[in-house]
Design a protein around this ligand. Structure first.
Ligand code: GDP
Length: 508
């Protein structure tokens, strides 16, 4: 609920100087760019100066600043797209072999016989249904973790590979855990089935693996679930077509779609990036939405790109890249980071504007952290000072000795007013430089309620003269005030002198 002046200026899209001027007019003094404002003040400023703070901008940070560029999904333009598939499983259970097989088959089926280059993903066309599947080949990559952290689930289907020889192993269990958490759809490939020749033995082994999966709560088809289990050999190619078609079958059921019209602004994710000799900064982009084409402006992190060239994993030029397609994009001003989101902007100037704002926000956020620390430090210092002051106050109170002699208070009650005055006159002069007698009041009659209260407040003793035997309710008064009765004046004066002498002794 707090914001720095510079961050507010940024959100309002106005100059810091202007904002500071306005704040000064409102009565703020000594304002700097990292002055922290509370929500109430921000609201006041917004009202007073008609600044507009769009609701969607209220929580803009450098991380989500580009979200403002994204158009909401328009279901009218949702079109079917290929599924994006990741392969997971225990080491040596055959992931690479499957990828190699699929890649080779796609190269053979395509018109190019070029050398494949690793760009983090590739697309194949299935042999029977002739539909496309995108395979990501670096699922353990840091970029994927980053994308997941940011809530981007770029995978539709996870293929869990389990070797027919080893069945479920530690990393298989890890993968299962991940799959359950990710909410992705699952297909199981039992690999290396060529290693068991005899059909009966093979069947038994497949059953063993399937049962192991069931005991891990995987709802396989055998027990009425919807997880397909496909026994394959990527070495011999056995059942590989079935495997590919089972992915298509699942994606058909899932009905995977993405928005793709001429107007749709492209969105995607960076899978990998590098600086290539003679080519410059390149980034592999998985298109999530829209169609990527040459000349389009892409914004990513703190940099942007006018798409100069796009190539696929075979190094072949690509004219357009549609959702679920992966292409290497060339033309970036700076190197982008894997795992960052890519967004198309309508022009270079818009991209630059957002980059500048993001850089400013990043600086403010860094600042805000230091300002926060500083404020915390100030708070602590203030606490400390307050504590110190309190101690000092206590000390002053303690060391405070009233100047002059100490008063010992009395209230005089007597039978007649004349004697009361006489007593007052005779005892008031008693005392010395340290202690003296003070008559708070003198009056006629037995001590009453108000005398007791007064005695209590002033810490007085009550001296009675010629009042006869005092009633017990006076002696044992509920205020616990000491009440004394005298019949001779010198006795009274003697007693008062004794009391004063007692008071000479230091109390503390
Ligand atoms: P990864 O660690 O999961 O990527 O496993 P690899 O694909 O590297 O495979 C590990 C080993 O198993 C390699 O020696 C492969 O040749 C072998 N392998 C993989 N798939 C098969 C298969 O279907 N049949 C046979 N016989 N061997 C396989």
């Amino acid at each position: 609920n707090y914001i720095s002046v510079s961050k507010l200026a940024n959100l309002l899209n106005c100059r810091i100087e202007t904002l500071i001027k306005d704040l000064t007019k409102l009565g703020f003094a000594n304002i700097s760019h990292n002055y922290i404002l509370s929500r109430e003040y921000v609201e006041l400023i917004l009202q007073e100066y008609n600044y507009v703070l769009p609701a969607s901008q209220a929580a803009i940070t450098s991380k989500n600043i580009y979200d403002g560029l994204k158009a909401p999904a328009n279901p009218k333009f949702l079109q079917r797209r290929p599924p994006v598939v990741t392969i997971m499983g225990h080491v040596d259970h055959g992931k690479t072999t499957i990828i190699d097989y699929l890649r080779k088959s796609s190269v053979v089926s395509g018109e190019h016989g070029g050398i494949t280059q690793h760009i983090g993903a590739f697309q194949i066309v299935t042999p029977v249904s002739k539909k496309s599947i995108t395979f990501l080949d670096t699922p353990g990559h840091a970029a994927f973790l980053k994308m997941r952290e940011r809530g981007a689930n770029i995978t539709d289907i996870i293929v869990l590979v389990v070797s027919i020889e080893d069945s479920v192993m530690p990393q298989t269990l890890e993968a299962i855990k991940h799959i359950k958490n990710s909410g992705n759809e699952l297909i199981v490939a039992i690999t290396k089935i060529d290693t068991i020749k005899r059909p009966k033995d093979r069947e038994k082994a497949i059953e063993r693996v399937t049962n192991d999966l069931i005991s891990q709560d995987i709802p396989v088809e055998k027990i009425g679930g919807d997880v397909q289990v496909i026994p394959i050999s990527a070495k011999t190619g056995e059942n590989m077509d079935l495997f590919e078609e089972s992915i298509i079958l699942l994606s058909d059921i899932m009905d995977v779609r993405a928005e793709n019209s001429l107007k749709t602004l492209v969105e995607g994710w960076v899978l990998e990036s590098q600086v290539r000799k003679t080519v410059g900064n390149v980034a592999t982009v998985l298109v999530k939405r829209g169609t990527l084409q040459k000349g389009k402006i892409l914004l990513c992190g703190n940099t942007y790109c006018r798409v100069k060239l796009m190539v696929d994993d075979l190094g072949k030029d690509v004219i357009k890249a549609e959702p679920a397609q992966v292409v290497e994009v060339r033309g970036w001003k700076d190197l982008v980071r894997a795992g960052d989101e890519v967004i198309q902007t309508v022009s270079e100037s818009v991209a630059k504007k957002y980059i500048n704002r993001r850089i400013a926000l990043q600086a403010v956020e860094k600042d805000a952290v230091t300002v926060e620390n500083l404020n915390e430090q100030r708070r602590e210092e203030a606490e400390l000072q307050k504590h110190k002051n309190e101690i000092e106050d206590e000390d002053i109170k303690k060391s405070f000795v009233p100047q002059g002699p100490k008063d010992v208070n009395f209230i005089v009650k007597s039978d007649v007013s004349g004697s009361a005055e006489a007593i007052e006159e005779s005892i008031e002069p008693l005392g010395n430089a340290e202690v003296r007698c003070k008559v708070i009041s003198s009056s006629v009659g037995l001590p009453n309620e108000s005398d007791f209260k007064m005695a209590q407040i002033t810490d007085s003793k009550i001296l009675c003269f010629n009042l006869g035997n005092l009633p017990s309710e006076v002696i044992n008064n509920p205020y616990h005030i000491e009440v004394k009765q005298y019949n001779v004046i010198y006795k009274l004066i003697e007693d008062v002198t004794d009391i004063l002498t007692d008071n000479l002794k230091p109390i503390f």
